[in-house]
Ligand binder design. Structure first.
Ligand SMILES: [Zn+2]
Length: 300
């Protein structure tokens, strides 16, 4: 019987889904897992998003918990293998599910999860986007766990004597729930999906004008590390790709509206050649033109 139990556990551990995550060291205090520049599918199983661990000395701060329970568990396991520490807080940068479904693992550990007050308006979905698109094995044990500590305008946490300033963008930029996390003593600024630096940003739930304004504010922070929700660049230049893309998109769409071009024609005509070889151009360019057009036509 005992042998059988051992055998069942052994087989179960073989079946537990593994992402093969590899932590990247950003500074002496920061490690990140960088996702692939891809749409969510059954091959990457949601490993297309960044999740970072900040060593605060006596605990880790987790910035975005990733796409699944299995992802979060594996990520924390890999970080603990480098240095074993408890977690003080998990912070969710916004409501897109690739950034927070890993909360289901951290809740099991009893950790406080911090997010925008806008999470309160989110209804639990019958099926998440992740659940629809990834394998059952990867999604196993994942549930929708929302934050239990909310940020309205701003909130300051003190962890081991270090200040963590969390600021709500407070306007619809990438979403209506975007948070920026600034840790001056580590010269680090985490900006969630305000910054994509290796693929086209998704404008679907955003506002192009406010997003550009927010990027201008992000540029003015004096931080050595500016870390976005997608992409491996972590210098202040990580901001440039999204900023340049959105500024060009806004200018082209505004010109089309001014010329009286219909939305369908703008979607067909605004190609932005220099981004054609960027990841996710084919998936997002037309949709971004359409979203920008709908925002800008009301505001002109
Ligand atoms: Zn997002």
């Amino acid at each position: 019987m005992r042998l059988l139990v051992v055998a069942v556990f052994f087989i179960h551990s073989l079946l537990a889904f593994e992402y093969q995550l590899k932590p990247q060291q950003i500074s002496s205090n920061i490690y990140c897992f960088f996702g692939l520049p891809q749409v969510i599918d059954e091959h990457n199983n949601g490993n297309m998003v960044n999740s970072c661990f900040v060593d605060m000395g006596t605990s880790y701060l987790v910035i975005d918990s990733g796409p699944t329970y299995a992802y979060a568990k594996e990520a924390y396991g890999k970080i603990n293998a480098i240095k074993k520490l408890p977690i003080s807080y998990v912070i969710n940068t916004h409501v897109h599910d690739d950034h927070w479904l890993g909360n289901s693992y951290y809740k099991e550990l009893g950790i406080d999860i911090v997010g925008s007050v806008k999470f309160k308006n989110e209804a639990k979905l019958a099926m998440t986007r992740m659940q629809k698109r990834i394998s059952k094995e990867a999604y196993a044990k994942t549930t929708q766990v929302f934050p239990n500590v909310f940020v309205d305008k701003e909130k300051t946490l003190t962890v081991n004597g270090k200040k963590v300033f969390i600021k709500s963008v407070n306007k619809k930029a990438h979403t209506s729930s975007d948070l920026l996390i600034h840790i001056p003593s580590l010269s680090a600024l985490f900006v969630g999906d305000i910054v994509f630096n290796d693929r086209l940003p998704s404008l679907r739930d955003g506002n192009i004008k406010e997003w550009i304004k927010e990027l201008e504010k992000v540029k003015s922070y004096n931080a050595k590390y500016i870390i976005g929700g997608h992409g491996e660049m972590v210098t202040p230049h990580s901001v440039d790709f999204t900023y340049n893309y959105l500024v060009e998109l806004k200018q082209k769409v505004s010109a089309a509206i001014e010329d009286g071009e219909e939305i369908e024609d703008a979607v067909d005509n605004i190609k932005m050649e220099s981004y054609k070889s960027s990841h996710m151009y084919n998936e997002l360019q037309r949709q971004n033109v359409e979203t920008a057009y709908r925002t800008l036509e009301w505001e002109q």
